[in-house]
Design a protein around this ligand. Structure first.
Ligand code: ADP
Length: 246
């Protein structure tokens, strides 16, 4: 059976100070699909993710999550954004709150869930990512890899329909990259719908159902990991892959 289409972007354009940043982006993600975006720095990957969850306004085009319009100007945008989890390179944890409080804050404040229920789920998530022993610590007491796993747990507790991961290992020391990517691989195995921006090509290949290559604000190629890595169709993708060390 064909899976349901969860996210759709049609003819999306975005400009910063008159400069085109995204040009005619067309993208569809089905429920359960893992899509990875690769491309050189500055090509618009991060901006695209921010447009997809309504953090940035688009100039033209249409973005929908399960049929609902993603529009930063709409009154519904906060509720819609709750359905999309986003994890950033820079963790964005609250420094003065404990790890447990960092995870339970949004479900309690935003989703109005009971503290006991939110804490119970947070503890299960912490166990899953191997950080139960750190629940009462502050973010500054954790390594980068641990902080990023907490940021993933904080996104998961909101039960998002879609997870957007924006270069979540880019700030980590190499030895911490694996522990974070293993959590993401695990999420892919359980059928989470994810859109991932990464420079980790071996990981992209392992986790993706489909890979999108962007350059200068456009989607240049997309296909299965095998097709993208073994038979690039454009010189631009070939050059990009040649420059990546993996
Ligand atoms: P990537 O994620 O692929 O590295 P970005 O989406 O971060 O690329 O950036 C794409 C382009 O948009 C870059 O040229 C960047 O300088 C520019 N840009 C990003 N954010 C802003 C902003 N808030 N104002 C102006 N220009 C921006």
């Amino acid at each position: 059976m064909d899976k349901r289409e969860l996210l759709s972007a049609e003819h999306v354009y975005k400009y910063f100070d008159g400069t085109p940043i995204l040009q005619d982006i067309n993208l569809k993600i089905k429920s359960g699909e893992v899509v990875v975006i690769i491309g050189p720095s500055g090509c618009g990957k991060s901006t695209l993710l921010r447009c997809l969850n309504g953090l940035e306004k688009i100039a033209e085009g249409k973005i929908e999550l399960d049929g609902d319009m993603v529009d930063p100007a709409s009154k519904e945008i906060c509720r819609l954004r709750e359905r999309i989890g986003m994890v950033f390179q820079s963790y964005e944890l609250f420094p003065h709150k404990t790890i447990l409080d960092n995870i339970t804050l949004a479900p309690i404040k935003v989703q109005k869930r009971k503290r006991t229920e939110a804490e119970e789920e947070a503890l299960k998530l912490l166990e899953r990512i191997g950080l139960s022993a750190h629940k009462d610590k502050r973010p500054s007491q954790l390594s980068g890899g641990q902080k990023q796993r907490v940021a993933i747990a904080r996104a998961l507790i909101m039960h998002p329909e879609l997870l957007l991961l924006d270069e979540i290992t880019a700030a980590l020391d190499p030895e911490m990259v694996r522990e974070v990517l293993e959590v993401v691989l695990d999420l892919a195995k359980e059928g989470r719908t994810m859109l991932i921006v990464t420079h980790e090509m071996a990981f992209a290949r392992a986790v993706a159902d489909r890979i999108i290559f962007m350059d200068e604000g456009r989607i240049i190629e997309e296909g299965t990991p095998e097709r993208i890595f073994e038979a690039p169709e454009t010189e631009r993708l070939q050059r990009f892959l040649d420059n990546m060390s993996f």
